[in-house]
Design a protein. Structure first.
Length: 479
C-alpha cells in the first residue's frame, strides 16, 4: 500500500504541480523508508519522468553507468542494475542522447510488459521499426491489464511501429478498434488520441479526404486550452492534410504552430523537426531551412532517410573561420589546418543549428557518441569546450534552458561545409601527386602525424602510393 507521502506526490504529479511535486520527491528520497530502497528510487524516476524532469530522473540512475558493461554480455531487466540501465536508456532517449540510449537498449533483455514497452519506445523514437514492433508484440503477450489507459496508449505505439513498416491497414485497424472501445466507454481524451493516430495513418498513405474528418473529430476531444504534445501533433497532421487538400495558408500556419508548440515543450529535437520534415515535403521550406534540417546535428539515419540529401555550405569563403566537416580541416587567417578538435566540431554543429539551437544533451551525443559509460561526466567536459570556444575563438555562446545558441555575430563569422565526402581535404584538391614532406609542410605536421594521415587517406581510397624508398610518392585516386 502506498505511503501518505507517495500518495501526496502522486496527486501533485497528476495535477502537473511541478515545483511542489519536485520538493516532495526530494523529501521522499531522504526519508528513512525510501533511502537506499530500489523500488522507491524507481518510483521517484517515474514521477520525474511524468513531470518532464528527465535530467533529474536520469541523475538518480546515472551510477549504473559508472562501470562499463562486459563485452558480449547482456543484462536482464530482472536484476537491479539491469533495471537501472533500462531507466537510464529511457531517460537518455527522452533527453535526446539517442546513440547512448540505443547502445544501452541493445544490451538489455526484457522479461515483463513494462520493460518491453520501454525498449520498444526507444527503438520507435529512433525509427528502428522492426525491433520496436517485436518488443511491442512481446509486451502485448505479457500485459496483465489489456484494457487499461496505459495499455491502450501502448497499442497505439504498436500501431505507430506498423505504420513505420508501411503496414498502414494494420495500423489503422488498431487505431479504429481503440476508438470504438474507448468512445463506448466514455473515455473522451483517449478517443481523441486514437482518432488523431487514425487520421495520421490515413494522411501518411495520401488518403487526405478520409483523414480530415477524423482529425477534426479528434480536435473536439481535447480541451480548448490544451498544451500537451498530443494536441500539437494533431495540429501537425491537420496542417499537413490541409496543405495537401489545397489550403496552403492554413496548412502552413498549422504546421508552424505545431513546430513552435513542440519546441516549447522541450522535447527531443526529432519531435519538432519532424514538423519541418513535413513542411519540406510539401515545399514550404526555404533552401537554407532545407539545408539546416538535412544536416541538423545528431539525426538518425531513419529520420534523414525522408529528407532531400544535398551537400551544404553555411556561410561563405569570406568568413574568418571556415570549417570543413568531411575533410576534417579548417581555415583560419588564410591557412588550412588539418584536424577538427572537439570544440570546433561543437562550433560547426552550433553554426548549422543557428537559431534552432542545440540542447546540451544532443551536443554530448554528437561530440561523444560512444561515451555511454562516462555519460555522467560529459556535462563538465561540454562546458569546458564552450569555455574554450569563448576564449580561443571569441565565439558568442549563450546557454538558455539547457539549449546552446551561437550569437548572430558568430554565425556571420563562421562558415561550415558538410556533405561533401568525395572532395577530400584542400591539400588533395591542390596536389594530384606529392611526397610525404609536401603534406607535412602544407599543414605544418610532424613526420609521424603526416604518416597517420597518409595511412588514413589510403584506407579511404583517396590516394595510392607509387615508387619505393626515397622515390615514394602518392597520387590521387578517383574521388
Amino acid at each position: 500500500m502506498k505511503s501518505t507521502a507517495a500518495a501526496t506526490i502522486e496527486t501533485l504529479v497528476r495535477e502537473r504541480k511541478t515545483r511542489a511535486a519536485g520538493i516532495q520527491i526530494r523529501k521522499y528520497l531522504r526519508s528513512p523508508n525510501a533511502r537506499g530502497d530500489f523500488k522507491s528510487l524507481i518510483q521517484a524516476c517515474d514521477w520525474y519522468r511524468r513531470l518532464g524532469l528527465f535530467r533529474e530522473a536520469f541523475l538518480l540512475v546515472a551510477d549504473s553507468l559508472q562501470e562499463a558493461l562486459p563485452v558480449g554480455k547482456d543484462f536482464s531487466t530482472r536484476q537491479p542494475r539491469g533495471r537501472k540501465i533500462l531507466w537510464a536508456a529511457r531517460l537518455l532517449n527522452l533527453l535526446g542522447a539517442s546513440p547512448q540510449a540505443l547502445m544501452l537498449a541493445r544490451k538489455l533483455v526484457a522479461h515483463d510488459a513494462e520493460s518491453n514497452q520501454v525498449l520498444a519506445n526507444i527503438f520507435l523514437a529512433n525509427f528502428e521499426y522492426e525491433p520496436a514492433y517485436a518488443h511491442f508484440q512481446q509486451m502485448s503477450k505479457l500485459d496483465e491489464e489489456p484494457e487499461s489507459y496505459r495499455s491502450s496508449i501502448n497499442r497505439l505505439s504498436l500501431a505507430d511501429s506498423l505504420a513505420g513498416l508501411k503496414r498502414f491497414d494494420e495500423a489503422i485497424a488498431v487505431a479504429r478498434a481503440i476508438v470504438e472501445t474507448k468512445r463506448a466507454a466514455g473515455e473522451i481524451l483517449l478517443t481523441g488520441i486514437a482518432l488523431e493516430a487514425w487520421g495520421e495513418y490515413l494522411a501518411r498513405c495520401a488518403r487526405w479526404q478520409e483523414a480530415l474528418p477524423l482529425l477534426e473529430k479528434a480536435r473536439t476531444c481535447f480541451p480548448a486550452d490544451d498544451r500537451t504534445p498530443d494536441r500539437a501533433i494533431l495540429d501537425k497532421w491537420e496542417g499537413y492534410v490541409a496543405f495537401n487538400l489545397g489550403d496552403r495558408a492554413r496548412g502552413t500556419a498549422k504546421l508552424k504552430e505545431a513546430a513552435a508548440s513542440l519546441r516549447g515543450l522541450a522535447l527531443r529535437p526529432e519531435a519538432w523537426l519532424d514538423v519541418f520534415r513535413l513542411l519540406d515535403e510539401v515545399g514550404a521550406l526555404t533552401p537554407s531551412e532545407q539545408a539546416r534540417l538535412t544536416h541538423y546535428p545528431g539525426l538518425s539515419a531513419g529520420f534523414t532517410d525522408f529528407l532531400k540529401h544535398a551537400p551544404a555550405r553555411f556561410g561563405n569563403e569570406a568568413c574568418p573561420l571556415q570549417l570543413d566537416v568531411d575533410a576534417d580541416e579548417f581555415r583560419e587567417r588564410g591557412r588550412w589546418v588539418l584536424g577538427l578538435n572537439h570544440e570546433l566540431r561543437l562550433l560547426a554543429s552550433l553554426r548549422i543549428a543557428e537559431d534552432w539551437g542545440l540542447s546540451l544533451e544532443r551536443a554530448k551525443a554528437v561530440i561523444w557518441p560512444e561515451e555511454v559509460y562516462a555519460y555522467p561526466q560529459l556535462e563538465a567536459r561540454l562546458h569546458k569546450l564552450i569555455a574554450r570556444l569563448r576564449t580561443t575563438y571569441k565565439a558568442g555562446i549563450e546557454v538558455r534552458d539547457r539549449i546552446i545558441f551561437l550569437s548572430p555575430a558568430s554565425i556571420e563569422a563562421v562558415s561550415v561545409s558538410i556533405g561533401f565526402p568525395k572532395t577530400g581535404p584542400s591539400f588533395l584538391r591542390q596536389h594530384s601527386e606529392f611526397a610525404a614532406k609536401d603534406l607535412s609542410e602544407y599543414y605544418d605536421l610532424s613526420r609521424s602525424q603526416a604518416a597517420v594521415r597518409l595511412r588514413e587517406w589510403q584506407e579511404r581510397g583517396w590516394i595510392r602510393p607509387v615508387g619505393h624508398g626515397a622515390r615514394l610518392r602518392y597520387v590521387m585516386s578517383t574521388l
